[in-house]
Design a protein around this ligand. Structure first.
Ligand SMILES: [Zn+2]
Ligand SMILES: [Zn+2]
Length: 220
């Protein structure tokens, strides 16, 4: 899973998890690595906040303290190795589609086409969807559940983000395996976890229960 995730080229596993946990710890407050609400609420501040949360934070990031946020991962030598080899996964992520394009069409045009669509375009779309969770899903959408931050459910991205855009529930109940808990909320990631659970690869999975949801819903 660590290697597969690394193919999305969003930084190495250790940094990714550390930033993600810090986002939950300080969500939309000072210390959040990518909140759109750090600069104020004037039109200019919100525009700046959107760009910061969407992608600028990644290029101007302050390192998250690993010993504080991911001591469990630092103690896992497999994860540390997968994280250190990040450059290898990036290379594979970019070159494998080019190689496949070349082999399938047996032409240099196929190499270029594979590299462009399977490498660059795929990464651009994947990253913009992920970044939209940090920007749009903390700015636009519904807040059916109570959370300490400004996270929101933004339905237009449900399919593309594989359920991640039901972001309000994710912040209200971060350990819940399903983010799209209301009727009609498609959540592909939850289905993947469900399949892994059936295969015995995932265990102790926390699924939503009516009692849990009742506790989480309330004032927006
Ligand atoms: Zn999260
Ligand atoms: Zn968030």
């Amino acid at each position: 899973m660590a290697i597969t995730g690394s193919l999305a080229v969003q930084g190495n596993v250790l940094n990714w998890v550390a930033d993600h946990r810090r986002h939950h710890a300080f969500s939309d407050r000072e210390g959040d690595p990518h909140s759109p609400w750090l600069f104020g609420t004037s039109p200019w501040a919100v525009t700046k906040g959107f760009l910061h949360a969407h992608m600028m934070w990644f290029f101007d990031r302050d390192e998250t303290n690993h010993r504080r946020f991911i001591p469990d991962l630092l103690a896992d030598r497999h994860i540390v190795r997968a994280s250190k080899a990040f450059g290898v996964w990036v290379t594979i992520s970019l070159l494998l589609p080019a190689l496949l394009g070349g082999l399938i069409s047996w032409s240099w045009a196929g190499v270029l086409t594979g590299f462009f669509w399977g490498g660059l375009v795929r990464l651009a779309i994947c990253n913009h969807v992920t970044w939209s969770i940090n920007s749009i899903c903390h700015m636009v959408g519904e807040r059916p559940f109570r959370s300490r931050d400004r996270s929101r459910n933004f339905w237009p991205l449900a399919i593309f983000s594989m359920g991640e855009s039901w972001h309000n529930l994710h912040h209200a109940d971060p350990t819940c395996a399903r983010h799209g808990v209301l009727p009609g909320q498609i959540d592909i990631s939850a289905r993947v976890i469900w399949i892994f659970e059936r295969l015995g690869w995932a265990y102790d999975v926390r699924w939503p229960t009516p009692q849990r949801l009742a506790r989480l819903s309330g004032a927006a």
